[in-house]
Ligand binder design. Structure first.
Ligand code: GRG
Length: 289
């Protein structure tokens, strides 16, 4: 699909890329019939449980922003979705959020038991790094692979998503101030969103200034996404508790809008190639679920 100002439609763009990601995930994941079957069933169960494929689409959009293409970054796009899926499986466990349902279906541990759910998450995280290790586009240098591995490891580990999750757990039941809430948001959610965009761009040969601009856009988009997610949680359950209560829903919404405007500004110099990233930002602040 060509990306031009008059032809761009985010729904079609997301659907096309999500379909390609689904097809690739199907190929990269071990078959359910391969031993240990229960483990592979558990991995596939959560990967194919109806996620929006936002992060892999952001990997592709990051590559496209600097002139790259989807096929060159597909293993990395799938790796990021596997890391996201592992985090959701573990987040639902009794030791964490203790959720019985996700996306309207029983959570992984409800279907496969706690031990298998832990191990399915572990195996998805490990497989993700195996996929990243293999994703060296033709003609590109090993230093790009190194940079992507560092980018994703930092975003997923104790300095990123896992660190944010720990901060979230440690402030449970306490009144968190705005700074702590921001720390949780930027680490638990925004770090992987930023790394998704930048990893696609790194593989596609982005220059340092381009990566800096995409990092700024990724920070803003990631934070806006989480702020809107909290607003949607509160408006869906009508509970005036939790993180959004700290900022107030309307203040939060305005902040998310301002962040998306910042992201749009950071993406200005990329021209029409960054239309998908800009449209995804608008989608974040307008989405209803
Ligand atoms: C357990 C290591 C570990 C980390 C957990 C990601 C996370 C950290 C917890 C999940 C709970 C949560 C509300 C996280 C915030 C990020 C977020 C909004 C996740 C949902 O992302 P979507 O909307 O999910 O992209 P889908 O279902 O579309 O894949």
């Amino acid at each position: 699909m060509t990306i031009g100002p008059s032809s761009f439609d985010l729904g079609t763009y997301m659907a096309e890329r999500a379909r390609a990601v689904d097809e690739a995930l199907g190929r990269f994941l071990p078959a359910e019939s391969a031993p240990p079957e229960t483990l592979h069933k558990a991995m596939r169960y959560s990967v194919f449980a109806g996620g929006k494929r936002l992060r892999p689409v952001l990997v592709v959009a990051g590559a496209e922003a600097v002139g790259g293409g989807m096929d060159d970054v597909m293993p990395t796009a799938c790796a990021v979705e596997m890391i996201h899926t592992y985090s959701l499986i573990h987040d639902d466990l009794p030791a964490m959020d203790n959720d019985d349902f996700r996306r309207g279906s029983p959570t992984n541990h409800k279907v496969f038991g706690e031990a298998l759910a832990i191990l399915a998450g572990d195996a998805l995280l490990t497989l993700a790094f195996r996929l990243l290790a293999d994703n060296v586009p033709a003609g590109s240098s090993a230093s790009r692979l190194h940079d992507v591995l560092v980018e994703i490891a930092d975003a997923a580990g104790s300095s990123g998503m896992v660190g944010g999750q720990v901060a979230d757990i440690e402030c449970e039941g306490k009144r968190a101030d705005g700074q702590v809430v921001d720390y949780i948001h930027t680490h638990k959610t925004a770090a992987l969103i930023r790394a998704s965009i930048r990893s696609g761009a790194i593989l596609a040969g982005a220059t340092p200034p381009q990566l800096e601009a995409l990092g700024a856009a990724g920070d803003a988009l990631g934070l806006a996404f989480q702020i809107m997610d909290d607003i949607l949680d509160v408006t869906a359950t009508s509970e005036e508790l939790g993180n959004p209560a700290v900022h107030g829903i309307e203040v939060s919404r305005r902040r998310a809008q301002a962040l998306v405007a910042d992201a749009h500004a950071a993406l200005e110099s990329f021209g029409p190639r960054a239309l998908p990233l800009r449209a995804l930002g608008t989608f974040f602040i307008e989405r209803k679920a």
